[in-house]
Ligand binder design. Structure first.
Ligand code: ZN
Ligand code: CA
Length: 416
């Protein structure tokens, strides 16, 4: 761990340039926190001991089919309307995560044969929270207008009294802040054990979040900044280890099935093989700085580190109710069991069908995430309810069904 301390801050600043010369400020953040609080070295060493022990004792988990769902809250902190990214852009990022952490991304077949056996289905999925820390329904998105043009230091975005947005309980939710965090960095994560609950989570530049809207331009337009930062959040290091200036290949990432390398592959899309440290580098690993389009995989060793974090310092996420829809916690009203919603996401029309034939009057409403009612219609004496929503903008909405005694809310996604 001594080596970890002597990484020069200067080396990090050398990468700065106006065009995201750097993917990630996570190492810099860790070094700065260690300078403020040297005990953090001991805390990180303790977590590393736990991690290695957990991995040694839980090798069976590698083949387990268990899928863990992580509740996510996205805090959009915007100054110009352009930065106030759409619900759909946020959903596009969640979709990327749910492919990358399940090895369902399109790049998997192009992974070089020597690395294919190491590919991991990490078995982690992500949901936008459906209930907030107070137990109220939510779409998992907060929106804050700020007067701050750019957040410096980056983590000032995590504080309402500095123009940002306060975290939701960081034991129960993965907090993702999206805003203008820097001219130089695309993202930053908190490693487990940093013990600053107000800042625990990841911070992402709005140009590196999702696959549409403000993230429109290569090479950071495929949502991989977030895939990478969440790797750090689950205790992964960069593949090259903890020192970027390491031509002697002294440092590694504490993962056996990622070969040592002395390049970051920053802004590159290399052709295999790239030989460093006497072996072919896994440049397509998500924990490199390779262009978004040229990243492809986590390894089994990385998966085990992430699962160790989820069974140790990040265990609060396993018991979170954040992804549980509110209605399933209480009894779903009887009238709702009789109703089917065709298709979700919805394209051009919302179609509901009563299985038994409707024998009561139901009010059907559609509400957007700001609470604005887009329509309220009566549904009575027909088997099906059909509503043309082609004029409703794409986004996340709530469909509200109400009879004389009960009310039921369902999240629907509209895409055109
Ligand atoms: Zn990083
Ligand atoms: Ca390694």
């Amino acid at each position: 761990m001594r080596k970890l301390v002597c990484v020069l801050l200067l080396a990090n600043f050398c990468w700065l340039s106006p065009s995201f010369a750097q993917h990630c400020a996570t190492d810099l953040y860790l070094q700065q926190q260690i300078q403020i609080n040297p005990d953090l070295i001991l805390k990180r060493a303790e977590i590393e001991r736990f991690t290695q022990k957990w991995i040694a004792e839980n090798s069976a988990r590698l083949s387990s089919r268990q899928v863990i769902t992580i509740p996510v809250v996205v805090h959009v902190v915007w100054n110009t309307p352009f930065e106030n990214i759409s619900d759909m852009q946020i959903q596009s990022q969640i979709d990327v995560l749910n492919r990358d952490y399940r090895a369902l991304n399109v790049e998997i077949p192009s992974v070089p044969a020597i690395f294919k056996p190491a590919i991991a289905d990490v078995g982690i999925e992500f949901c936008l929270a459906s209930r907030d820390p107070q137990g109220n329904p939510t779409n998992g998105i907060t929106r804050t207008k700020t007067n701050v043009l750019q957040f410096s230091p980056i983590r000032s975005i995590c504080y309402a009294d500095r123009g940002g947005q306060d975290a939701w309980d960081t034991r129960q939710y993965l907090n993702i802040w999206v805003g203008d965090i820097s001219t130089s960095f695309l993202g930053e994560a908190s490693f487990p054990g940093m013990d600053i609950p107000e800042e625990d989570g990841i911070r992402i530049h709005f140009e590196g979040f999702g696959t549409i809207g403000t993230a429109g331009a290569p090479p950071y337009n495929l949502g991989r900044t977030v895939t990478h930062e969440i790797g750090h959040y689950f205790n992964l290091y960069h593949v090259w280890g903890q020192n970027i200036n390491d031509p002697a290949c002294e440092y590694d990432d504490e993962v056996n099935d990622t070969p040592r390398q002395s390049s970051t592959f920053r802004n590159e899309c290399p052709v295999h093989p790239q030989v460093f440290c006497g072996t072919a580098s896994m440049f397509m690993n998500f924990m490199n700085y390779t262009n978004d389009a040229c990243m492809a995989m986590f390894t089994k060793g990385q998966k085990m580190r992430m699962l160790a974090a989820l069974n140790g310092p990040r265990a609060g996420l396993l018991n979170s109710l954040g992804c549980q829809p509110l209605v399933s916690a209480v009894e779903e009203p009887a009238f709702v069991k009789d109703i089917r919603l065709f298709q979700n996401p919805v394209n051009e029309e919302i179609k509901l069908q009563s299985v038994s034939g409707l024998n009561e009057k139901i009010l059907v409403s559609l509400v957007n995430t700001q609470g604005k009612v887009l329509f309220t219609d009566k549904w009575q004496e027909t088997i099906a309810f059909v509503k043309d929503i082609s004029a409703v903008p794409s986004g996340i909405y709530f469909l509200i069904l109400q009879n004389e005694t009960n009310i039921f809310t369902k999240k629907v996604i509209i895409t055109h």
